[in-house]
Write a protein that binds this ligand. Structure first.
Ligand code: SF4
Length: 412
């Protein structure tokens, strides 16, 4: 690969590229630790830092020992050229990401160690929620050209991938920046009609952008997975308002009930943040009670993290970490219960799964269309294939199942 050989991180490479995340202060710290570890493993290694942390705070990375190059998200595409330019001192190249107007899909045909393939259809965001650094790190909302997306999916299907996941920062904004307007629903329909994809999954979608048309497309499709991941963030209207979110609890509750009516066995998972500045005990209780009543199947709980440069970082009344953690713990417990109840309702039913690579406690792992994690005994050669399983119990936070047939008959 351009004269480079990929080796395990712990072998102490001569060149280490750290692709950073800056969504929380914890991910910033993880990136800095990774850079230090790379230098401990090989004290003469050259470290290149890129990604969102490099984009929003290159100075914080510039001075770390061993860092020779700091490049922004858009500069990643010129990585090989930039690597050739030897500099005497640390070189920083980070352009204004808000000016970028297009999404270039990398020529991917495989994903190392993954049995499902991810296609980025969109990048950036214009919503500027008050707590979120992403619009500053990823730029304005913009979309990949539909022909490029179809071509990439066709190639991945040709390589044997049974499931394609459409990803982006704000996939409901698909169409932004395209010369010929196109919606996410229209794109999904083109993918279904014009490619041989067996399973198509949507990444996280904003509640205000999950349209009736799109819901109808999922409900009537054999290909699109009945799985919706929708950021809620808070179940209290005052907190939602302070966050800069553009819906209220009634809107959200109606949406979830509408999904449940259209797709009774769909996975519906949410994101929620605890400890947003000024979140009172009562506001948290409102969020907790709201989620407890919703017919959802899982919850990703995040602790609010103060991101310099965002409006929320300047708000008074930042919530102490122990209070945020306690609230998160209660929500995670609630999520585990809801997920278990949902998963157990499929015991005895046949489910198609894509088999992941690797084993857990000697068992293979499959992911169902409605995003259930199912463990079963089988041969490792099944990785990447679609098989049919019949769950018989719930154990260690996953369903256990028998293998019914493999591969799935009639696979397109
Ligand atoms: S939370 Fe989501 S919608 Fe809001 S600014 Fe961040 S990426 Fe955009």
């Amino acid at each position: 690969m351009a004269g480079y050989q990929i080796i395990p991180f712990d072998d102490g490479a001569e060149l280490v590229i750290v692709n950073t995340c800056t969504v929380t202060s914890a991910t910033d710290a993880q990136s800095r630790n990774l850079i230090r570890r790379a230098r401990r493993l090989n004290d003469s290694c050259r470290v290149v830092v890129t990604g969102c942390y490099a984009q929003v705070d290159p100075d914080a990375l510039h001075d770390l020992p061993g860092v020779s190059l700091v490049i922004g998200n858009e500069e990643k595409q010129r990585l090989l050229d930039l690597l050739k330019s030897e500099q005497d001192s640390t070189y920083v190249e980070v352009s204004d990401i808000r000016q970028v107007e297009s999404v270039c899909l990398p020529p991917l045909s495989s994903f190392s160690g993954r049995s499902r393939a991810f296609v980025q259809i969109q990048n950036g965001c214009d919503a500027f929620c008050s707590y979120c650094i992403i619009p500053y790190a990823r730029g304005a909302s913009r979309s990949a050209h539909p022909d490029e997306i179809l071509q990439q999916i066709a190639g991945l299907v040709e390589s044997g991938y049974q499931e394609i996941v459409l990803t982006g920062i704000h996939i409901g904004g698909y169409g932004n920046g395209l010369q010929v307007p196109l919606t996410l629903n229209a794109l999904v329909q083109r993918v279904e009609l014009e490619t041989e994809v067996h399973r198509l999954r949507l990444g996280s979608i904003e509640p205000t952008e999950l349209t009736d048309d799109l819901l109808e497309s999922v409900a009537s499709s054999q290909v699109i997975c009945p799985h919706f991941h929708i950021p809620l963030q808070a179940g209290d209207d005052h907190v939602l308002q302070r966050m800069g979110r553009t819906y209220n609890r009634d809107f959200f509750a109606d949406l979830v009930k509408k999904i449940r009516r259209a797709l009774p066995s769909a996975a519906i998972s949410l994101d929620v943040i605890t400890g947003f500045p000024g979140e009172t005990d009562q506001e948290f209780e409102n969020t907790f009670g709201f989620i407890a009543e919703l017919p959802i199947t899982d919850l990703h709980v995040f602790l609010y993290s103060k991101r310099p440069g965002t409006p929320a970082a300047t708000l008074a009344d930042q919530i102490p970490g122990n209070i945020s953690r306690d609230r998160a713990g209660r929500l995670r417990h609630l999520a585990a219960e809801k997920h278990r109840i949902f998963a157990e309702s499929f015991i005895g039913q046949e489910l198609e799964v894509v088999v992941e690579t690797g084993t857990k406690r000697g068992l293979l792992k499959g992911i169902s269309k409605n995003y259930l994690d199912i463990r079963f005994a089988g041969d490792a050669s099944l990785a990447g294939q679609c098989v049919t399983l019949k769950p018989f119990s719930w154990q260690d936070d996953a369903l256990r199942a028998d293998l019914v047939s493999s591969p799935v008959p009639g696979l397109r």
